[in-house]
Write a protein that binds this ligand. Sequence first.
Ligand SMILES: [Zn+2]
Length: 404
Amino acid sequence: MSSALDQHWPETFRYANKFSPFYREMFRGRKGVPPLETLPTVDKKVLSERNRDFLCVPRSRIAEIVTTSGTTGKPLLWQLTANDVKRLAVNEKISFQCAGLTPRDTVLVAVALDRCFIAGLAYWQGLRELGCAVVRVGASSPLLVLEMIGRVQPTAIVAVPSFLRVIADKARDTKFDLTHCSVKKAVCIGEPIRDGEFILNLSGRAIEKAWGAKIFSTYGVTELANSLCECNAGQGGHLHDQQLHLEILDDDSNRLPDGEVGEVVATTFGVEAMPLIRHRTGDCAALFSAKCKCGRTTPRLGPVVGRKNQKLKFKGTSLFPSMLQAVLEEAGLEKFAVVARRENELSDAVEILFHGDAKIPALRDAVQARAKITPLIRRVSLTEIEKLQLPPEARKRRTFVDLR
Ligand SMILES: [Zn+2]
């Protein structure tokens, strides 16, 4: 057991047992404080079905109500007390310090502060807690971002990687010299910028080049009111172990050793409104506990390689669609779809459909070299790709189509 766990677990257990209807029911009949790892895990489905039973305080004590991003079904309602918002601010402050930000920095928050998202609120609070000057440019106008870069000379930006690329495109179109602008650091949220080996992916490299800035990945989960940000070493996001405890579990809920990818399972410390114990996030990543090059001794969470329910079984091995997507993007494909179908209990049928003039044997070699599998690869019409990427019911373009 780590010391932070020893320090905070008993209090977390007692609090949840006393105030959370859900956990009181789960813990009924247990004597004393049980070791954390002996308790059942809880997934998002339960969080959704019994949402109100996780709430430990009356509405009069609630300060913020947000929703999760809703990657699975209807967005969940998540509630925070004033102290929870303060905890969020402290967490973000530590995260931004990992990226080397100080009170001398002026930072663009190019993230939505409304629409019930927690992220914008969190970054804004954290930067204020750290003492930075904050410019809330939001995520809707690349032109406004460029204008404010010109007018206030910010040193850093917080944004989703795809929006950073949209801004870079706008800069190119308007002859704005982004590469030599004042922004020297970009904190990237929501989308991966590195592969499982910590190497910058296509998107990450494009951003560093266009912006002339160093990029830092940060991983956050709404219902944990917590995020983990990389330091200069870029070897995973540092865990703030006074606020959060992480475990990496396999499909049978066994704890995986250092460096092995499994589902991220989290326990929050110090949360008043909706504390969580052994919450299955559905995200898959590895945890590294060796001391970091930056000198910090807190564990680091590696890049999220995919959602647990997206994992593909392929003739005795398993892999995430994100790896195939990365290989295809690196090969220069833009119009493609990775399609998965259930073949049998042990294996999925994976097919890659694309439109363009790429050579199929070269694509097959690239996939084989990186992912060690040989899926079917087929050239199709642009209409077919469009139909797969953007079906009528979809809100977002997708390159992974799960028909299992
Ligand atoms: Zn570090």
